[in-house]
Design a protein around this ligand. Structure first.
Ligand SMILES: Cc1cc2nc3c(=O)[nH]c(=O)nc-3n(C[C@H](O)[C@H](O)[C@H](O)COP(=O)(O)O)c2cc1C
Length: 217
């Protein structure tokens, strides 16, 4: 499989066909892509809300009404919306939950190996908690990595997508009750099939040339 073909063929869909729905088996594949996305120290500091009903999409679209009207229809007309959320903290209980999951998945052949993993993960988290003081930023980087995995995977499945940071985070967090669950919205992704009015589908891609972005050493 030539992944570059999928990277070149994808585009950010600017208008979706509201009559077309993504089949659930394909949505399940997208869920797997998100679930298997890598993260630093395997912290998996995310949660994903998947919406497909008009009612749920309307709730999400409220966050674009003021300030981001250009994204409103992209949410209402898309087949599915994924709200990619970050955890606002990585507390010790959560880290232990991950460790127990890894143990359940038979990642450790000895107790020493399990303890070493606990120590390494704690070291990484503490570095961002106490020294770099950028836990939230570090967490969001992991969410964006999952976004990249999702966008490339969607292209491979011939699903159109548009990642959007143009929405009001406070409105969306409130609408979905995210903050009481220790979550906050980072990015909204519309998924579906382009409509005829998707002008971006007809435009050539534009990227900086090789010599500007690569240095071989
Ligand atoms: C993190 C991120 C946020 C974006 N936010 C928006 C947005 O709010 N609305 C929109 O129409 N496009 C949005 N885009 C799409 C970009 O404008 C688009 O990816 C870029 O121009 C490259 O074009 P392409 O995706 O068609 O290759 C976003 C893309 C990314 C990766």
């Amino acid at each position: 499989m030539n992944f570059a073909v999928h990277a070149k063929n994808r585009h950010s869909a600017k208008a979706f066909d509201p009559t077309r729905k993504i089949p659930e088996p394909l949505i399940d594949q997208l869920r797997d892509l998100l679930r298997y996305s890598p993260s630093s120290a395997n912290c998996q500091p995310w949660h994903f809300y998947v919406a497909s009903s008009f009612e749920s999409k309307t709730r999400i679209a409220k966050s674009t009404e003021i300030g981001y009207p250009f994204n409103h229809a992209k949410i209402l007309d898309a087949s599915h919306i994924i709200v990619m959320c970050a955890r606002v903290a990585l507390d010790d209980g959560y880290l232990e939950q991950i460790l127990l999951g890894e143990d359940h998945d038979q990642r450790f052949t000895t107790l020493d190996a399990m303890n070493a993993q606990r120590t390494i993960r704690q070291f990484c988290v503490n570095l961002h908690r106490y020294e770099l003081k950028d836990v939230q930023h570090w967490i969001e980087k992991q969410v964006y990595l999952a976004l990249g995995t999702l966008l490339l995977g969607a292209s491979g499945l011939n699903i159109d997508a548009c990642a959007m940071d143009g929405f009001d985070n406070r409105t969306l967090d409130q609408e979905l009750g995210l903050r009481t669950k220790g979550l906050t919205s980072v990015i909204v992704v519309s998924l579906g099939y382009r409509s005829r009015s998707d002008f971006n589908a007809k435009l050539p891609k534009s990227r900086l040339p090789h010599n500007v972005i690569f240095t071989d050493i």
